[in-house]
Structure formats: C-alpha cells, structure tokens
Design a protein around this ligand. Structure first.
Ligand code: LLP
Length: 441
C-alpha cells in the first residue's frame, strides 16, 4: 500500500474549477493573496494520513512507540496534532522543550537528544520531567547525573550509540557511520555502563538509541541497525545482567521530492523493522523490547508547500534564464546546503505547457541562492504564484533572517479552511533584540 511520503504532492492536491492548484480545499493563489508570500502552506490531512499509516503499519507490534522528530518542523499547532495522533516528541534543544511545554504537550512522552546538551537545557529537561534523555557522551553522563542528584530524581536514560552503518544519503545528513560526532562508539559502551552501574546512581539506564541518517530509501539499513543494537543488548545482558527494555531506531524514512526519488512505503519499513526485531528477540531469547522510532521528514515533508511571487527575471545573453522570487535561502536553505531538488509548479497556471527552461533564484545577496536550477515550467509572468512542493520538513525549521529578510508565515489548511499557525515576522520583531550601547548614542 502506498503512503503519503511516496507522492510528491499533498494528498488533497487538485486543480480546481478556476484551473488553479488547490490544497486542503484552498486555492493556493487565493492563499497567496490573503496571507502574502512567501508562505508555507501545510495540509493537515496529509500529516494525519501519514501518522495513521505509521500507526496502522506497526499495529502488529504492540510495544511500538512513535515519536515525531520535532526538528523537521515545530510549532505549537504541530505539537497539538501529534498529541492527538498519539505520537510522542523527539526534542533536541531547550527551544524545542519549551515549545512542547507551552503547547501543553504530555512531557512524559518526550525524548531529549543531542550531542551537546547544555547545563541549562538539561536542567530544563529534568524540571520539565521529560520522559527519557538520550545521553550522547561521557561529559553528559556525569553532568546529567549531578543534575539529577541535585533534584533528587532518577532520570531515565538511553545511551546513544554510533552503529557503524553507512546509508546512501547526502554526507551531511548521514549520522550512523563510525566517524560521527553523535553518540558512543561501540567500544566505549562498556565504560559508560560501568560508570552508570558504579557511580551514576541517579541514572536509570533503560535502553539504546541510534539514528543512521535521513532521506533514506533502503530498507536493509534498518535491518542492519536492529542487528547491531540487538547484539549489544544481548552482550550487555550476558556481561552485566542488565535487561534493556527499550530500543530507539531514530528516524530517516525518505520522501519523494522529484520523480527521481523512490522512497519505500511506511508499510515496507514497518515490515522490515518488525520482522528483524522478532527474529532477533527469538534468536537471542530476549523479551521483545519497546521499540521507538522518530520520523521527522516523512511526517511533515510532503504536507508542506512554499508559495512565492514571481518578481524580476533576467535572460543572460547566451546563458540561463533566471526568474527571481520573493524568498530564497532564508526560507529554504536545502538547495544551497545539500543541492536538494524540488518539484515546482505555477499555482495559477498548472496546466499550461512546461516549455521554458528556467532557473528559480532567491532574493538574497549570494550567487548560490538558487532554489531550483534548470527546470521546465510554463512561461512565467510577473506576479505568478510559484509553488515548491515538499518543503514541509527542514524548511521553516532551518529558516533564518539572512539579509534581514523576514521569516514567512505558515498556514494550516483543511477542508477549505486556512488558519495561521505561524505569523509572518514583522520589522519590529526583527529588531526587538537589538540594543544600542549608550556610548554609541
Ligand atoms: N532522530 C534523530 C536522532 C535525528 O538526528 C533525526 C534527524 C531524526 C530523528 C529525524 O530524521 P528524519 O526522519 O527527519 O530523516 N536538515 C537535513 C536533515 C537533518 C536530519 C537530522 N537528524 C535536511 O534538510 O535534509
């Protein structure tokens, strides 16, 4: 069965009677007029449909737990949707913890991870009664134990390990290979366990955590990951008589940005994971553990599109045709950072023939600020609304104020209704943290 991550467009995408693209029952051109551009549009039905696919695909394994990796896109409204869908949250900064708390999220269903959690962030995590903390390194083990001691608490922890699995994705988004900044090398695990056993008595060691990378299309890497983790669980049981009850396999399932991308379905991934867990539990005579996964991109990626208004254009004599839009690398850094490619359409004339070779340029003072290179589109007129698909993950969450460009608004659409979930930043907000020392006045 196909799942939403395998299609380029949100599940509700249509061409309406006016010949315009419509998502969630809302005409994109009208949304652009109403809310201005650049604008992120999120389709609630696509988010909920992929959440339902995850729940359905894993239902034969009752000890399965889903956490949304908030780094992909976090706002209070998304926290609410995740809570309603029964997902937990994977959080990786004080800001993400604060957002979840402010949205009233059940903090017992959260995991805090990251390779350099600060003292203040760990305090916030412990004070917020975060469900579990994935400890990344020796420095953090000792710091967290001290904090837990001072609060007279026992904190549930996982140890983040580097499983030594290379997956075929962009080098910057691979995380599970051996020479990685994340997690304990397997050869360091025993030292960490001995410290927990003998000294760090305020830590309750319940399991192992790994994450192998992002935008993954292969199933086999998950099988390999389960294999590495189970070998460790078995070894730890035999050597220390510690029974670990949780494993967390991280996120990573890919989405379809362009026709070239062939991500597998959530059902396929679920089948691989469940099968390998059951086989390993049987082989090692270990009680089946609670299994956590933390998808980010596959939950929100396909649901989001970005709308821009076409502005200036330029034909380089004997060269490229550039069409500039009113956003760029400040609202989507992925093309310049990872050479990411997107599918693009013109929201007010999707059915016109794509007979023009064009490069969509952002408005930033940087030659590398190109959003889509050499793509075929209909002839673009000034004022046309250009729609980039699949910007829901790592778009807003990696946005910046480069060139003091304001962060766009985001709306959530469903059944013909659109609601703002992030207001457009204002010039006043842009300057609100700037101060001028007296001596400069
Ligand atoms: N869990 C952990 C520990 C992670 O580090 C990540 C992503 C996830 C889960 C979620 O992975 P996902 O399901 O979204 O692939 N900015 C890059 C992606 C970086 C991913 C970092 N970690 C991009 O735009 O492609």
């Amino acid at each position: 069965m196909n799942t939403a991550n395998q299609s380029i467009k949100p599940v509700t995408t249509k061409i309406n009677d006016k010949g315009n693209i419509e998502i969630g029952g809302c005409d994109l051109t009208e949304l652009a007029n109403k809310y201005d551009t650049p604008l992120y549009v999120f389709d609630e039905e696509t988010i909920r449909s992929i959440c339902k696919s995850y729940k359905d695909a894993f239902k034969s394994y009752p000890k399965m737990r889903m956490m949304f990796a908030s780094k992909a896109f976090m706002t209070k409204a998304i926290c609410k949707i995740m809570q309603q869908e029964g997902f937990g949250l994977d959080l990786c900064s004080g800001g993400e913890i604060y957002t979840a708390k402010s949205a009233g999220f059940d903090m017992s269903k959260t995991l805090f991870n990251g390779n350099n959690k600060s003292y203040d962030e760990l305090i916030l995590a412990v004070e917020s009664s975060i469900g579990t903390i994935s400890v990344d390194n020796f420095f953090e083990l000792s710091l967290l134990n001290n904090i837990a001691q001072s609060y007279n608490k026992k904190v549930r922890i996982l140890l983040r390990i580097t499983p030594g699995i290379e997956c075929h994705t962009h080098e910057y988004i691979q995380t599970g290979h051996l020479d990685s900044k994340f997690g304990f090398d397997l050869t360091q695990l025993d030292e960490a366990i001995e410290l927990i056993k003998d000294e760090y008595t305020n830590l309750d060691f319940v399991g192992l955590h790994a994450h192998i990378g992002s935008q993954i299309f292969e199933k086999k890497v998950y099988f390999d990951e389960v294999d590495v983790i189970f070998n460790e669980i078995k070894r730890i049981k035999d050597k220390y008589n510690i029974i670990l009850s949780e494993i967390n396999l991280g996120g990573g399932l890919g989405i379809k940005y362009t026709e070239k991308d062939l991500p597998v379905s959530v059902y396929d991934i679920a089948e691989t994971i469940i099968k390998s867990i059951e086989e390993h539990a049987e082989k090692y005579k270990i009680e089946s553990p609670y299994v956590f996964i933390e998808p980010g991109r596959s939950i929100v990626g396909t649901s989001g599109v970005t709308l821009y208004t076409a502005g200036s254009s330029k034909q380089v004599p004997n060269g490229r045709k550039y069409q500039a839009v009113d956003g760029g690398m400040s609202d989507n850094v992925r093309p310049s950072m990872y050479q990411a490619e997107y599918t693009v359409e013109i929201a007010n004339k999707p059915q016109q023939k794509s007979d023009t070779l064009v490069t969509i340029a952002g408005k930033h003072c940087e030659s590398g600020d190109i959003l889509a290179k050499d793509i075929m589109l209909p002839e673009i007129d000034e004022g046309d609304i250009i729609c980039f698909y699949d910007t829901g993950a790592y778009g807003y969450s990696m946005s910046s104020n480069y060139n003091r460009v304001l962060k766009p608004a985001a709306v959530l659409v469903n059944n013909g209704k659109s609601d703002i979930i992030i207001n457009r930043q204002t010039y006043e907000q842009l300057c609100e943290n700037d101060t001028i020392p007296d001596r400069l006045n």
